[in-house]
Design a protein around this ligand. Structure first.
Ligand code: SF4
Length: 267
């Protein structure tokens, strides 16, 4: 008789905790955050460089919002993550579950098994926070998502270029039933031509898709440890006003929202 081998996927995590969403359309909402390890991009402004590689352990909050973390080994099994989400999910506290990173879609195989299971134990909506450059992986989990916040990576700000992938990704979201918005980090180095290209790309899919311009938060010395380029600085108030006007030529809603969780000193 052949021995059975388990094919159940596992995930490498950074942390599971309860916090207030600080960016984009869901700003101010209380979410259960599942932060996945690993990212295949290297944005100049990254404040999560600690997620780029998978650590040996992850931390899991015992009581929602108390920051009483317990440490567990990576990789993490499906059953463990489901149990940790169940523990966080006390009645009426959370608005949704946030899949964040790193890049959560690098764990698409795991998510394709995790999300149907999580749907069985809670009605909380599932929100994916992603760089929006992996449409093939998105397809595998799109039926289990309620909303998607996708970043556009501007070459002038992030050093990354993914126009075609962004277009395919956004089109997929738009054609599905998910709520979708686009977030664009802007800095003093933002090239208006990148913004025009972004606005045009979104408008071709639908001018109803909201765009959030997020002025970059300058990195702290500890956040900058893995970044080799010069500091990325926030844009001036005049630049932000000009760019909002520019983007409003393409789509109906252009909101300027900085990272509010940093103002609140949240994780
Ligand atoms: S995609 Fe996000 S986690 Fe990855 S390098 Fe860019 S900002 Fe950092």
């Amino acid at each position: 008789m052949t021995a059975k081998t388990s094919t159940t996927p596992t995930a490498r995590l950074i942390e599971v905790f309860s916090a207030i969403q600080g960016e984009g359309l869901n700003v101010g909402m209380r979410q259960i955050f599942i932060r996945f390890a690993l990212c295949d991009l290297r944005c100049y402004f990254c404040d999560s460089a600690h997620t780029w590689n998978a650590p040996k352990t992850c931390r899991v909050e015992r009581s929602p919002g108390r920051r009483d973390f317990e440490i567990y080994p990576n990789p993490v099994s499906l059953d463990n993550l489901i149990a940790w989400v169940q523990r966080q999910n006390i009645p009426s506290l959370h608005d949704s579950i946030s899949l964040t990173g790193g890049e959560p879609l690098l764990h698409a195989r795991f998510l394709a098994e995790f999300l149907p299971n999580i749907r069985k134990i809670t009605t909380l909506p599932v929100y994916l926070e992603t760089s929006g450059h992996r449409p093939e992986q998105l397809v595998t989990i799109l039926p289990y998502l309620d909303s998607v916040g996708m970043d556009f990576k501007l070459p002038s700000v992030s050093g990354e270029t993914h126009w075609q992938e962004h277009a395919t990704f956004l089109q997929l979201c738009y054609e599905s039933r998910v709520e979708v918005f686009v977030k664009i980090v802007v800095s003093d180095k933002t090239d208006p031509a990148d913004l025009e290209r972004s606005g045009s790309l979104v408008a071709k899919i639908s001018p109803e898709i909201p765009i959030f311009l997020q002025p970059v938060t300058p990195l702290t010395p500890s956040e900058q440890f893995a970044i080799t380029t010069d500091s990325v600085l926030a844009p001036s108030p005049e630049q932000v006003l000009m760019w909002q006007s520019l983007m409003k030529r393409f789509v109906k809603q252009v909101r300027v929202v900085p990272q509010t969780h940093k103002m609140l000193n949240q994780l």
